[in-house]
Ligand binder design. Structure first.
Ligand code: NDP
Length: 218
């Protein structure tokens, strides 16, 4: 249900092109937020922005490319008046046993899940501070419980938790910092796993326990 408090507030969501980010966009739009939808797949966020309306912006941006985030922040400032909420949702879960063979994916997970969230936050921080904003970091149960084959993903989510807690103390009361730690949610997350055994195991687990990203009916 839309509330006066939410109406017109501006929320920026990274990784809004699928899964939890897309579902969050739909929920925030229904709550009266104006949205900036960031992702690398421009066609996906453009279609979502067109569907949601209310001036929603679709912005092609890669959280590992600071210039693209700076350009996104300028558009949010100029076209929506600045961000009140930033949802650091973009993430990859490239499960595999830890080894040199995985070194590219090791770096990718740290750069997207952890550094990407930090970069997006430092770029948008002045906008969030201006008027009292909310920073929402999407971690995971993998930020608390570790498993074989998940060490680097665990490290990124564990890191997100520690960084968020320090930041929460540092930024209050100007900016509220929150961490959300979902369990298994049926999204595209497991599609990108390249290690065959890890992918099979993850898909089997998700088939058994994953919930939908879609919210319950209002
Ligand atoms: P999806 O794969 O469906 O979504 C991931 C999103 O991240 C996509 O929109 C993708 O967009 C974006 N993304 C990936 N790399 C980049 C990048 N370099 N720059 C910008 N955006 C990027 O998975 P989920 O919806 O499940 O994942 C969303 C978040 O939720 C992640 O942080 C994940 O770790 C977390 N999570 C997921 C759980 C689950 O079981 N699904 C459980 C707990 C946490 P694009 O490719 O278009 O750039």
């Amino acid at each position: 249900m839309s509330t006066d408090y939410n109406d017109g507030r501006v929320a920026v969501i990274t990784g809004a092109s699928s899964g939890i980010g897309e579902a969050a966009a739909r929920e925030l739009a229904a709550d009266g937020y104006r949205l900036a939808l960031l992702a690398r797949r421009a066609d996906r966020v453009e279609a979502l922005a067109a569907e949601l309306g209310n001036g929603a912006l679709a912005i092609e941006a890669d959280v590992t490319d600071r210039d693209s985030i700076v350009a996104a922040a300028e558009r949010v400032k100029n076209e929506l008046g600045g961000a009140d909420v930033l949802v650091n949702n973009a993430g990859v879960m490239l499960l595999a046993p830890f080894s040199s063979e995985q070194r590219v994916e090791i770096r990718q997970m740290v750069e997207v899940n952890l550094l990407g969230a930090m970069t997006t936050t430092e770029v948008f921080l002045d906008q969030l501070r201006d008027g009292g904003g909310d920073l929402v970091n999407i971690s995971s149960v993998a930020g608390r419980t570790a498993r074989p084959g998940s060490s680097v993903y665990n490290a990124t989510k564990w890191g997100l938790g520690g960084w968020s807690e320090a930041l929460r103390q540092e930024l209050q009361p100007d900016v509220r910092v929150m961490v959300i730690e979902p369990g298994a949610v049926a999204t595209e997350l497991t599609d990108h796993i390249t290690h065959a055994d890890a992918k099979r195991a993850a898909e089997q687990l998700y088939e058994e326990v994953a919930i939908t990203a879609k919210a319950s009916p209002r």
